[in-house]
Design a protein around this ligand. Structure first.
Ligand SMILES: NC(=O)c1ccc[n+]([C@@H]2O[C@H](COP(=O)([O-])OP(=O)(O)OC[C@H]3O[C@@H](n4cnc5c(N)ncnc54)[C@H](O)[C@@H]3O)[C@@H](O)[C@H]2O)c1
Length: 442
C-alpha cells in the first residue's frame, strides 16, 4: 500500500479493522499517521500555518528568500531546504503541500502539486486568471477521489457564514434575487516601481518573478511586514489581481457559501479608468448566476475601493461595514459582515410568519479549525468546505469580472467551455503569457 493510501485507510477504518504494519499506530495524531508536508513560502502568511503543521512531519521548506527560509527552519529544523518550488515538489516523500507565495505563482504550484498526486492547501486566490483557475479545478476534479484541497479562505470557518446561509436558504427574506459583496481597502499605485538597487544576495529575485513578465528589482515589493507584504505587490497586474484576489476572495465567500452557485452566464464591470500596470481600486462587477434546485436565478455583485451597493434603509450605513455582504429577497434583506448579521424584512407581507426557523439540532454544524479540516481530510474522507471546485468557481467568476471591466462591455459566458461568446478581446484576456522556461503543466 502506498504511504498516502495507508494514512487514509488508518483514519477511515480505525484501529483493528485493518492489519497495521508493526510499529504504526492509527489515529490522527499518532506517530505513524502524520502527513509529510512541504511548506512553500515560509514567512509572512506561511507562519499562519506553523501551528497546524507542527503536529505533522514538515519535511520540506521552500522560499525564494534565504532569510525567510531560515526563519521557517528555526521552527522546522528537520526539513530539507529549497529556493525553487519546482525542485521542492520533486522531493519523493511528500504527501501534502501548503503554498503561501505570490498570487501569480498559485495556479502553477497548485497544478504541479496535483500532477504529483499530492494534497494541496493553496492560499487565496487559487489562481491568477480564468484559464489557470479552470486548469487547476479540472485537475482537481479528476483526482478528487484521492486528493484533498483547500483554498485559504479561512474566515469561512466563522459560524456567521453558516448562519447567513441558513437565513437565505430557509427563506427569511423570501425568494433570493440579488447578492452583493464589497470591500473598502484602497491601495493606490500609478505604475510598477522603477529599477532601484540590486536584490540582496539572499533573495532569488528571478525565482520570485517566476512565470510573470520581468520587472526590475525595487525594494518596494518587499517592504511589508509579515502577512502584509502581499500589499506591496498584489496591485500590479503581473503579480496579483488587487482587491479582487485579496479581500475579494474572502468576502465573496460570504455570498458563495449561501447560494450554491455554479459559473455565471454573464459578466459586467465598471470602475476607474483602466491602467495597464495597476489593477483598479474602484471597481464594480456583476454577474448572472443561473437558478438551482432551491432558488431562482440571481444577480451577484462585487464592489470595491469605495464603490458600494445602495443601502436598503437610510439608517443602515453600509459604509460602516468595511468588508461585508447583503442579500436581497422578495421579502427583505440580510446585511452581514464576517461575524454578524441583521435581517430587514420589508413590505406589507413581511411579518416573517412565512419563515420556518431551524430547530437547534438542524443548525449547520461548525466547521472547526480551517487548516485542521484540510489536514484531517488528507488522512480521511478528503472533504473540505473550500475545495478547488468550490473556491475555483468563485474566483473564476471574480477574474471574469476583471476581464469584463477591461473590455468595457457585457460579456456572455459559456462556463462549460470557458469561453466568452461575444468578445474575442475578452477571450484573449482569460489567460496570460508566461516567461520562457515556465509551464503550468509540469
Ligand atoms: N488567507 C489570508 O487571510 C491571507 C493573509 C495574508 C496573505 N494571504 C495570501 O498569502 C500569500 C502570501 O502573502 P504574504 O503577505 O505572506 O506575501 P509575501 O510577499 O510575504 O510572501 C510570503 C512568502 O513567500 C515567499 N515567496 C514569494 N514568492 C515565492 C516563490 N515563487 N517561491 C517560494 N517562495 C516565495 C516570500 O519570500 C515570503 O517569505 C498571498 O497570496 C496572499 O494573498 C492570505
Amino acid at each position: 500500500m502506498k504511504r498516502r493510501q495507508f494514512l487514509k485507510s488508518t483514519v477511515a477504518t480505525g484501529a483493528g479493522l485493518i492489519i497495521l504494519p508493526s510499529g504504526t499506530l492509527s489515529g490522527a495524531n499518532s506517530a505513524g499517521n502524520k502527513l509529510n508536508v512541504a511548506l512553500i513560502g515560509t514567512w509572512g502568511r506561511g507562519e499562519a500555518h506553523f501551528d497546524t503543521i507542527a503536529k505533522e512531519n514538515v519535511v520540506a521548506l521552500c522560499d525564494v528568500d534565504e532569510n525567510h527560509l531560515a526563519y521557517g527552519a528555526k521552527k522546522f529544523p528537520k526539513a530539507k531546504h529549497y529556493v525553487d518550488w519546482r525542485k521542492c515538489l520533486d522531493q519523493k516523500d511528500l504527501d501534502a503541500v501548503i503554498c503561501c507565495t505570490t498570487d501569480q505563482t498559485h495556479g502553477f504550484i497548485a497544478n504541479w502539486t496535483l500532477n504529483r498526486d499530492l494534497h494541496c492547501y493553496m492560499e487565496k486566490p487559487l489562481a491568477h486568471t480564468v484559464e489557470e483557475t479552470r486548469i487547476v479545478r479540472a485537475n482537481y476534479l479528476s483526482k478528487k477521489h484521492k486528493l484533498a484541497t483547500q483554498v485559504g479562505t479561512q474566515r469561512h470557518a466563522k459560524p456567521n457564514f453558516e448562519r447567513v446561509r441558513e437565513l437565505v436558504k430557509d427563506g427569511a427574506i423570501g425568494e433570493l434575487t440579488d447578492c452583493y459583496a464589497w470591500g473598502n481597502r484602497q491601495i493606490r499605485r500609478k505604475r510598477y516601481p522603477p529599477a532601484q538597487g540590486t536584490p540582496p544576495n539572499t533573495l532569488h529575485y528571478d525565482l520570485w518573478i517566476g512565470p510573470a513578465p520581468f520587472h526590475p528589482y525595487n525594494p518596494e515589493y518587499f517592504k511589508g511586514g509579515p502577512g502584509m507584504n502581499c500589499l506591496s505587490w498584489n496591485m500590479y497586474w503581473d503579480y496579483g489581481t488587487g482587491q479582487v484576489g485579496d479581500m475579494g476572495s474572502h468576502t465573496i465567500d460570504l455570498v458563495w457559501n449561501a447560494i450554491d452557485a455554479g459559473l455565471p452566464t454573464t459578466a459586467e464591470g465598471e470602475g476607474e479608468k483602466f491602467n495597464p500596470e495597476v489593477t483598479p481600486v474602484e471597481l464594480h462587477t456583476s454577474f448572472d448566476i443561473p437558478a438551482n434546485d432551491w432558488r431562482g436565478p440571481v444577480r451577484v455583485h462585487w464592489y470595491q475601493g469605495g464603490m458600494m451597493p445602495r443601502s436598503p434603509k437610510g439608517y443602515v450605513d453600509l459604509n460602516k461595514i468595511g468588508h461585508g455582504a447583503m442579500f436581497k429577497g422578495t421579502r427583505g434583506y440580510v446585511v452581514c459582515d464576517y461575524d454578524s448579521r441583521i435581517v430587514l424584512p420589508f413590505g406589507d407581507d413581511a411579518d416573517m410568519t412565512y419563515y420556518n426557523k431551524r430547530s437547534k439540532d438542524e443548525v449547520i454544524p461548525p466547521l472547526g479549525h480551517f487548516q485542521g479540516e484540510w489536514v484531517e481530510a488528507c488522512k480521511g474522507d478528503l472533504k473540505t468546505h473550500c475545495d478547488f471546485e468550490y473556491g475555483g468557481n468563485a474566483i473564476e467568476m471574480m477574474h471574469l469580472g476583471l476581464v469584463a471591466y477591461r473590455v468595457g462591455k457585457k460579456l456572455n459566458y459559456d462556463g462549460a467551455s470557458g469561453r466568452v461568446t461575444n468578445s474575442a478581446e475578452a477571450n484573449a484576456l482569460l489567460s496570460r503569457e508566461y516567461r520562457s522556461g515556465w509551464t503550468i503543466d509540469g
